[in-house]
Design a protein around this ligand. Structure first.
Ligand code: SAH
Ligand code: DHB
Ligand code: MG
Length: 221
């Protein structure tokens, strides 16, 4: 992947000012690393982006796919009003156990629910719910299906955010057999074709290299 040292330095410069790390986030990252979880959480500034978006739209009910150690879930929970909820779906019982612990230490045990299982198995259990914000950050191979679920589980005005849609430019490879690339390209096709969505992609560089977020707003029923 192309990588420029300046990207990480600029990320850290702004993160120090705008998203200074605190003991809770530090502990979450330390506990996740100590448990041997993969280092795939959003960056500090990306986490702050999730907090900003959730706050902008007054999100009360938030759905996340892909919990890992709970780092992004804690950022989402920080934007919640007192009666708000985050539901986060995680296939790995080991990741989920670390997340439950981190979320409890962050003081959100009562507002964040971690549901263990393959997202395609657990999403149907949420069929009667409606979410103001959906963050797609599980396996990218299934992102087309996750987007269709997100459309079922949202309402006009809801926002859908998807992480890792660029992957250093790998998304350009129409002949790729990488399931993440194939899944992302299918996801992008639906994103563009879906009349109920207005969507865009923000390419990002930073501490995690070159990647991007898809951002969509649900327009109609
Ligand atoms: N959102 C997290 C990072 C998630 S990394 C953060 O920024 O802090 C992706 C996570 O998705 C991993 O923990 C992985 O175990 C999980 N995952 C992968 N496939 C999944 C599936 N089919 N259903 C649910 N979770 C899945
Ligand atoms: C990977 C997954 C992510 O969600 C991410 O943000 C970075 C990397 C991965 O599967 O490698
Ligand atoms: Mg991600």
């Amino acid at each position: 992947m192309t990588f420029d040292r300046t990207w990480a330095e600029v990320d850290h410069y702004f993160a120090r000012l705008l998203a200074p790390t605190d003991p809770i986030l530090e502990e979450t990252l330390a506990a996740s690393a100590a448990a041997g979880l993969p280092v795939q959480q959003v960056s500090a500034l990306q986490g702050q982006l999730l907090t900003v978006i959730a706050t902008m739209i007054n999100a009360r009910n938030i759905l996340e796919l892909g919990t890992l150690g709970g780092y992004s879930a804690i950022h989402l929970a920080r934007a919640l009003p007192a009666n708000g909820r985050v539901i986060t779906l995680e296939s790995s019982p080991r990741h989920a156990a670390v997340a439950v612990d981190n979320i409890a230490k962050a003081g959100f045990a009562d507002r964040v629910e971690v549901i263990v299982g393959e997202a395609l198995d657990t999403l149907p259990k949420l069929a009667d719910r409606s979410f103001d914000l959906v963050f797609l950050d599980a396996d990218k191979a299934n992102n087309e299906d996750y987007l269709r679920w997100a459309l079922k589980l949202t309402h006009p005005g809801s926002v859908i955010v998807a992480d890792n849609v660029v992957r250093g430019g790998d998304v350009l490879d129409a002949g790729s057999i990488d399931p993440s690339v194939v899944g992302t390209r299918r996801f992008a096709d639906v994103l563009g074709a879906q009349r109920r969505l207005a969507a865009t992609v923000i390419q990002t560089v930073g501490a995690k290299g070159y990647d991007g977020f898809a951002l969509a707003v649900v327009l109609g029923p």
